[in-house]
Design a binder for this molecule. Structure first.
Ligand SMILES: [Zn+2]
Length: 123
């Protein structure tokens, strides 16, 4: 994926001064992080339960340590996965659906051109 490093030119005035808007990536990334944090919270609870249960075999101290470790790991994993999924979904939406680029010279808004990527956009 070389998506973020591509700078197309404006199809109207041929200016290279074009900015990428990436609305969907930002929005989906934020949603994914929020969902991941929620999922991470559930994962933290489950991790804590598992940690406590497995720690019971080694005594009260093991149960406490196991619970904390399980909660931390569950929370981190859930948030990271949510952000990753949300951002990648947003990138796909940006790349395929939205008018994702804006010319800074003539203000023309346009979608990514087919020559900058492996797929062909027939529109
Ligand atoms: Zn232009």
């Amino acid at each position: 994926m070389t998506f973020s490093s591509i700078h197309p030119t404006c199809p109207l005035c041929q200016s290279p001064r074009v900015m990428s808007r990436n609305w969907a990536r930002k929005a989906a990334g934020a949603i994914g992080c929020a969902a991941g944090a929620t999922g991470g919270f559930v994962g933290a609870l489950r991790g804590a339960q598992i940690g406590i249960a497995s720690g019971l075999m080694t005594g009260p101290a093991g149960s406490t340590i196991g619970g904390i470790a399980g909660a931390v790991l569950g929370g981190l994993a859930g948030t990271a996965i949510g952000c990753e999924v949300g951002t990648s979904v947003g990138k796909t939406i940006d790349a395929r659906m939205l008018d994702n680029f804006k010319c800074l010279e003539c203000k023309h808004v346009f979608a990514r051109q087919e020559s900058t990527c492996g797929y062909v956009d027939s529109d």
